[in-house]
Design a protein around this ligand. Structure first.
Ligand SMILES: [Zn+2]
Length: 259
């Protein structure tokens, strides 16, 4: 977790940095995925060919970012507290699942789940943080997603639930649970072990809260916090509002159940 350059990161994730936003808008019109996580420069297809002509390419030590954005992360380590929507999803019963299928089948199942959910998250203008085991953590910072970040988080959760994720090589549905919450988090650059790989991560009570929500959702469900509905300017649908006991958090919390 790194600190420093707070104004810069507040602008990048909170309001949108004018230079970066301009790049993102231009690059999104160019094919194809995968893209740089920060500026959306395409790495494949015709768009990938075009950006290479301008000297942009995937960074060799940090393949989720282009060489210029990787340079930017290295040059300006730090972070800021920004209010945003966070979505965490993970595979239910993954210990049991990994005991029933081959390691290869399990790896393929997780990869396929990541591919499908990454596409949905990208459509909803989410920023996917480093993949952690069998879960996916995505943030919707206003500087990237826009002022409608909370609606986008809800829409991404709905859309992920509509995907037919299965255990690779079988018809067995893959059980996942999702949590969505909105609040201030500390978003910052992080350095992975070895010191070469730079990434972006989030910290704070609100991150713990969404992880607890995600854990409380049963298979095929998403739990969305009242804060997300409030930030979206939406009424909580009363028939779908439930009280949940979250591990490590005192008292019950209400949440909207999507399924
Ligand atoms: Zn980039």
């Amino acid at each position: 977790m790194q600190t420093g350059h707070e104004e810069l990161w507040k602008q990048v994730f909170g309001e949108g940095h004018p230079v970066l936003v301009k790049k993102q808008r231009r690059f999104l019109k160019w094919p194809n995925d995968p893209r740089c996580k920060l500026c959306y420069a395409p790495f494949a297809g015709f768009g990938g060919f075009l950006v290479r002509l301008t000297g942009l390419m995937p960074s060799d030590r940090n393949p989720h970012y282009c060489n210029k954005c990787d340079g930017f992360l290295q040059a300006f380590p730090g972070g800021a507290e920004v209010e945003m929507t966070v979505l965490i999803l993970d595979i239910r019963g993954s210990v049991d699942l990994s005991g029933r299928i081959s390691p290869r089948q399990f790896a393929e199942t997780v990869n396929r789940m990541r591919e499908i959910t990454s596409a949905v998250l990208a459509e909803n203008r989410g920023f996917i943080l480093e993949f952690q085991g069998d879960s996916v953590v995505a943030v919707f910072p206003p500087g990237f997603t826009g002022e409608d970040h909370a609606e986008m988080g809800i829409s991404a959760a709905r859309s992920i639930l509509e995907q037919s994720l299965t255990v690779q090589g079988t018809d067995e549905p893959l059980s996942i649970g999702i949590g969505v919450h909105t609040g201030p988090v500390y978003i910052c650059t992080v350095t992975a072990a070895g010191g070469n790989m730079q990434g972006v991560s989030v910290f704070g009570q609100n991150v713990n809260f969404v992880a607890r929500l995600s854990a409380a959702a049963t298979a095929g469900q998403a739990l969305v916090s009242p804060e997300t509905f409030a930030a979206a300017g939406m009424e909580m649908p009363r028939q779908d509002t439930i009280e949940v006991d979250l591990k490590g958090i005192e008292g019950t919390s209400s949440a909207v159940l999507l399924s």
